[in-house]
Design a protein around this ligand. Structure first.
Ligand code: ARG
Length: 462
C-alpha cells in the first residue's frame, strides 16, 4: 500500500492538501479492496449501459471494459499497489484505469456516484457470500441427515435442566439441530431475495440527469430490479443488518450444538468421539484431547453478535441520505461473513466424523429413571388419573434412589406394592426401546419417525 500523495478526483474545490492523518483516518482502501471484483463488475455493467443509451460511444465503452478486465487480472496477479491517498477501492480503480486508457477512463463515472457504486458493490458481494455460506450450511445439514439416519435406533438420555428426563434416539437429537439450521437456511434465502435490488442510478442521492437505463444494468448484474427510491438506495444498510441477524442466529445454534459436543466428549459423558484431527492437545497435560473446534465456534458467536450491534448502531439516527458513517459497515460485515462461513465449514467437516458410544449413552439413560413417565402412562392406560399415576411412580422412584436401582430392575411384586394394577407387561414399557418406540407420531423420537423425518428433509433439501 502506498501513501504517496496522488491527485484526488474531488481536489478541485480545495485550496490545501488533506491533512496526512485525516487521509489515513478517512481511507477505507485497507479493507474495501476486498470489493475489487464487484466494483469492476459493476463498472463494466455501467459502461455497457452508457454505450447502450448513447451516453458514451461504443469505442469508449469497449476501451473502459477492456481496461477494467486487464486491471482485474493484474489485481489477481498481485501486481497492484493500492494508494491510501485515493481513499477507497472505487477511486483507486478509476484512477488506475484512467492511468492506463486515458480520456475514456475519466468518462466512466458519468451518471453515477461513489454512493450508489458502493451500495451496489456491497450487495453484489453479500449476494455471492450468502451463496457460499448457504452451500456450507447445506453441507452441514446433509451431514446431520446422514448421521441421524445411521443412528436412528441409538438410544441416549434426553435432558431437561441437564438432568436425565426421558430416553430419546441420537438420530432424533441430530434432527433437532437440522430443524434449526433449516430455518437459518430459509432466513439467508429471504435476506438475499429482499437485498437483490440495484442501487446503481441513484447516483449521489437524487438520481442523475443523464438518460440512463437502470433496468439494463440491473439485468446485466443479475438484480431483480432497480431500487425504487434513490435516497433509500444509497443510504440504507438494512440488508447487512438482516444478514448479520441471520448470521447471529446461526452462531447461536452452532454455539448450542458446540456446547453439547464439548459435554459429550468429556470423560463424564463420553457419549461421542471426535477424531483427533478436530482436536488439539495440551502443552502441559499429556493426556488431554480438547474439543477446540466446537469451543472456538462457541466463542466466535460473541464477535458476530458484536458486529450485528455495531451495524445497528451505526445505522440508527442517520439522516437521509448517504453519510460517511456507512463506510463503517464493511469491517463488521466482512468479519461476520468470514466467521459464519468458517464456523459452518468446520462443523460441516466435523459432523460426518462424529463416532457415537452407544453403550455409554444407554448406561446413562438407565441411570436417571428415564422411563418413569412411561410407567405413569402405563398406569393411566390401566385407568388411573394422570396425577395419581404421577404420585405412585414418584414413590417407586424413591425406592429406586434409596436402593440404587432403575425401575426396570425391580421385582414385579415390589412394583405391585405401589399399585395393584401393575402386571408383568409393565416391563415392556420400562425398557428404553419400549419407551422410544412408543413415541411414534410426527416429531416423536421413535426410530421409525426419525427415518421418516430424514426422508422428508432430504426431499425438501434437494
Ligand atoms: N468509501 C466510501 C464508503 O465506503 C464510498 C462512498 C464515499 N462517498 C462519499 N460521498 N464520500 O462508504
Amino acid at each position: 500500500m502506498s501513501d504517496s500523495n496522488q491527485h484526488k478526483p474531488w481536489q478541485g474545490r480545495f485550496s490545501e492538501a488533506t491533512d496526512a492523518f485525516v487521509e489515513q483516518f478517512t481511507a477505507s482502501i485497507g479493507f474495501d479492496q476486498r470489493l475489487y471484483a464487484q466494483d469492476i463488475r459493476g463498472s463494466i455493467a455501467h459502461a455497457r449501459m452508457l454505450a447502450h443509451t448513447g451516453i458514451l460511444t461504443t469505442h469508449e465503452s469497449e476501451s473502459i471494459i477492456e481496461g477494467l478486465q486487464q486491471l482485474q487480472r493484474d489485481i489477481e496477479d498481485d501486481k497492484i499497489d493500492w494508494s491510501v491517498s485515493l481513499e477507497d477501492i472505487h477511486m483507486n480503480i478509476e484512477s488506475l484505469l484512467t492511468g492506463r486508457i486515458g480520456e475514456a477512463g475519466k468518462k466512466l463515472h458519468t451518471g453515477r456516484s461513489r454512493n450508489d457504486q458502493v451500495a451496489t458493490d456491497i450487495r453484489l458481494y453479500l449476494r455471492d457470500q450468502i451463496d457460499n455460506i448457504s452451500a456450507q450450511l447445506k453441507r452441514l445439514m446433509q451431514g446431520l441427515l446422514d448421521l441421524a439416519e445411521l443412528e436412528a435406533c441409538t438410544i441416549m438420555p434426553g435432558f431437561t435442566h441437564l438432568q436425565v428426563a426421558q430416553p430419546i434416539t441420537f438420530g432424533h437429537h441430530m434432527m433437532a439441530w437440522f430443524e434449526m439450521l433449516q430455518r437459518d437456511y430459509g432466513r439467508l434465502a429471504d435476506c438475499r431475495k429482499r437485498m437483490n435490488q440495484m442501487p446503481l442510478g441513484a447516483a449521489a442521492l437524487a438520481g442523475t440527469s443523464y438518460p440512463i437505463d437502470r433496468q439494463f444494468s440491473a439485468d446485466a448484474l443479475g438484480f431483480d430490479k432497480p431500487c425504487e427510491n434513490s435516497l433509500d438506495a444509497v443510504s440504507d444498510r438494512d440488508f447487512a443488518i438482516e444478514f448479520s441477524s441471520a448470521a447471529a442466529l446461526i452462531m447461536t445454534h452452532l454455539s448450542r450444538f458446540a456446547e453439547e459436543l464439548v459435554l459429550w466428549t468429556s470423560a463424564q459423558f463420553d457419549f461421542i468421539e471426535l477424531p483427533d484431527r478436530f482436536c488439539t492437545g495440551s502443552s502441559i497435560m499429556p493426556q488431554k484431547k480438547n474439543p477446540d473446534v466446537p469451543e472456538l465456534v462457541r466463542g466466535k458467536s460473541g464477535r458476530v453478535y458484536g458486529n450485528l450491534f455495531s451495524l445497528l448502531t451505526l445505522m440508527k439516527g442517520q439522516a437521509l441520505a448517504y453519510n460517511k458513517d456507512n463506510q463503517e459497515d464493511k469491517e463488521p460485515l466482512f468479519d461476520n461473513v468470514d466467521t459464519v462461513h468458517d464456523s459452518l465449514m468446520a462443523f460441516a467437516d466435523m459432523v460426518p466424523a462424529i463416532r457415537t458410544r452407544p453403550d455409554n449413552m444407554r448406561a446413562a439413560a438407565l441411570q436417571g429413571f428415564a422411563t418413569a413417565t412411561d410407567l405413569a402412562d402405563y398406569l393411566v392406560r390401566k385407568g388411573l388419573p394422570f396425577r395419581d399415576a404421577h404420585e405412585v411412580v414418584g414413590r417407586a422412584v424413591k425406592l429406586g434412589v434409596d436402593s440404587g436401582r432403575d425401575l426396570s430392575e425391580m421385582h414385579l411384586s415390589e412394583l405391585q406394592s405401589f399399585h395393584s394394577s401393575i402386571e408383568q407387561d409393565v416391563f415392556d414399557v420400562l425398557t428404553l426401546e419400549g419407551s422410544v418406540n412408543a413415541r411414534n407420531h410426527i416429531g416423536g423420537t421413535a426410530p421409525e419417525q426419525v427415518r421418516a423425518a430424514v426422508t422428508r428433509a432430504r426431499q425438501n433439501l434437494s
